[in-house]
Design a protein around this ligand. Structure first.
Ligand SMILES: *Cc1c(COP(=O)(O)O)cnc(C)c1O
Length: 424
C-alpha cells in the first residue's frame, strides 16, 4: 500500500538521520513540511513518489548535462552491468575515460579516478602536501570542496585567518592548517601568502564559485592566484567538480585561460554515477602510489558502470555544438529573467550553463555579500515555482543547472512563473 507523504517522511526520519542521506535534501531552507521523494526522471523532468511531475532545474546538482535517463547513458550502464559490476582490478574503460579527460582539460597530463568529489578533493590536498612537503592550504569562504576535515573549515575574524572547524567532529588541528580568505579578494590572498607562504602547500579555489550560488571570478582574480602560487611554490588547485565540462569542455581553466597545477573533477565526468577524478602534471601525479610514495586507493575507484556512463557523456561533449546550445539557452534564460526582475532588488549571475537568481541588490562577489540575500523571499519563490510544477534548488546558495534537455518552452515557462511571483 502506498504511503502518504507524511508517513513516508516519518519512516525516513526513523531510520535515516534527518530522513536524508545529504542535508540539503531535507529542503528545510525553503520551509517544506516534507521534502520531495523522487521516483523517476526523464530529460528535464522528474516524477515524485506521489506521481507529480516537475521541471527540474537542479539535475542532481550538476551531473546530468544531458538530462535524466539519457538513453545512451542508460544503454551504456546496462551493457556494462551485464559484464560484471566491479572487479577491483584494472579495466580498459578506466584508461579510455582517463585519456578522454586528459585530452579535454588543459592542466591534465595524468588523472586518477575516485568515487566522489569529496574523495577527489581530499586526495588532491594530500598530494599537494606530499609533493610540496608543506602543510598549510588556503581556501575561500563560501567555496565548497566536499566534507573532508581539512576543508570543512570557516574563517575566523579578520581578513586572512587560520581556520576554525565548521562542524563538530573536525579536530582543531585539522582546521588549523587551513587559511580561509574572502573570494575575489586578491589583497587578502596576497596577505595570506606573504604571512604563510613558506609553509603553503596549495591554494584551492572553485574557479567559478557554485556553492554559494554562482559567483563568477572577477577579471584578473584567477590570474593573480596563478602568479601568487608560482611565486611562492604553492600549488594552484582548481576544484572544477561543477565547472568541469559545464562552462566549457575543458572547464573554467579553458574558459578563463588560467592553468592550475592540479584539477579536481566530479559530477558530469561520472555521467550521473558515483565517479570523480583529480589530476595534473605527470611529475606531480607520479608521486602517487604505486608510482610514488603518496598513498591513495579505492575498492570501487574507476568502477565499470561509472566509467561507462562517464565515457558516454564526455565523448559526446567533444561536439562544440553542445556548448553552443547550452550558451544559447543560458542566455535565453538570463535575458528572460533580466526583463522579469528589472526594478527588483535582484542580482542575476551566470557563467555558461550555471546561474543564480539572488534576492540581493548586489554586488555579489564573495560570501559576505551573498550572505545578505533575502532567503525568506527565495523560499517563497521556491514554493511558488513548485506550485507551478517547477523545481529550483531548495536553497538560495546553490546554482541553477541547465542541461541540453531543457527546451526553450521550459525556459520561457520558468521566466513567466518568476514574473508572476514578482507581480504578486
Ligand atoms: C559537489 C562538489 C564537491 C563534492 O562532491 P561530492 O561528490 O558531493 O562529494 C566538491 N567540490 C565542488 C565544487 C562541488 O560542487
Amino acid at each position: 500500500m502506498a504511503l502518504t507523504p507524511r508517513e513516508r517522511w516519518k519512516q525516513a526520519q526513523s531510520v535515516i538521520p534527518g530522513g536524508v542521506n545529504s542535508p540539503v535534501r531535507a529542503m528545510r531552507a525553503v520551509g517544506l513540511d516534507e521534502p520531495l521523494f523522487i521516483d523517476s526522471g526523464q530529460g528535464a523532468y522528474f516524477t515524485t513518489a506521489d506521481g507529480e511531475r516537475y521541471l527540474d532545474w537542479v539535475q542532481s546538482w550538476g551531473p546530468l548535462i544531458f538530462g535524466h535517463a539519457d538513453p545512451e547513458v542508460v544503454a551504456a550502464v546496462q551493457a556494462a552491468a551485464a559484464k560484471g559490476t566491479t572487479f577491483g582490478a584494472a579495466t580498459q574503460l578506466e584508461v579510455d575515460l582517463a585519456a578522454e579527460l586528459v585530452d579535454a582539460v588543459p592542466s591534465l597530463e595524468k588523472v586518477r579516478l575516485v568515487s566522489s568529489g569529496t574523495e577527489a578533493a581530499m586526495s588532491a590536498v594530500r598530494l599537494a602536501r606530499g609533493a610540496t612537503r608543506r602543510d598549510r592550504i588556503i581556501k575561500f569562504a563560501g567555496n565548497y570542496h566536499g566534507h573532508a576535515d581539512a576543508l570543512l573549515v570557516s574563517a575566523g575574524s579578520g581578513l586572512a585567518t587560520l581556520g576554525i572547524p565548521s562542524s563538530p567532529g573536525v579536530p582543531s588541528g585539522a582546521a588549523a592548517d587551513t587559511i580561509v580568505v574572502p573570494y575575489n579578494d586578491i589583497t587578502a590572498v596576497a596577505e595570506a601568502v606573504a604571512r604563510y607562504g613558506e609553509g603553503l602547500a596549495a591554494i584551492l579555489v572553485e574557479p567559478v564559485a557554485g556553492n554559494m550560488g554562482v559567483v563568477p571570478p572577477e577579471p584578473g582574480f584567477l590570474d593573480a592566484l596563478r602568479k601568487l602560487c608560482t611565486a611562492s611554490g604553492a600549488l594552484l588547485v582548481f576544484d572544477e567538480v561543477i565547472t568541469g565540462f559545464r562552462v566549457a569542455r575543458g572547464g573554467a581553466q579553458e574558459r578563463f585561460g588560467v592553468t592550475p597545477d592540479l584539477t579536481i573533477l566530479g559530477k558530469i565526468v561520472g555521467g550521473g554515477l558515483p565517479l570523480a577524478a583529480f589530476g595534473g602534471r605527470a611529475e606531480l601525479m607520479d608521486q602517487l602510489a604505486p608510482a610514488g610514495a603518496i598513498y591513495q586507493a579505492g575498492t570501487l575507484s574507476g568502477n565499470p558502470l561509472a566509467t561507462a556512463a562517464g565515457l558516454t557523456v564526455v565523448r559526446r561533449l567533444r561536439d562544440p555544438g553542445v556548448y553552443a546550445e547550452l550558451e544559447r539557452k543560458g542566455a535565453r534564460l538570463e535575458a528572460g529573467l533580466r526583463e522579469a526582475t528589472a526594478g527588483h532588488e535582484i542580482s542575476l549571475t551566470r557563467v555558461g550553463a550555471m546561474s543564480t537568481l539572488f534576492f540581493n541588490p548586489g554586488p555579489v562577489r564573495n560570501w559576505t555579500e551573498v550572505a545578505t540575500s533575502d532567503t525568506e523571499r527565495y523560499a517563497a519563490l521556491f514554493r511558488h515555482l513548485l506550485s507551478r510544477g517547477i523545481y529550483i534548488a531548495p536553497s538560495q546558495f546553490e546554482a541553477t543547472m541547465l542541461s541540453t534537455a531543457h527546451s526553450d518552452a521550459d525556459i520561457d515557462r520558468t521566466v513567466e512563473a518568476v514574473a508572476e511571483f514578482l507581480g504578486d
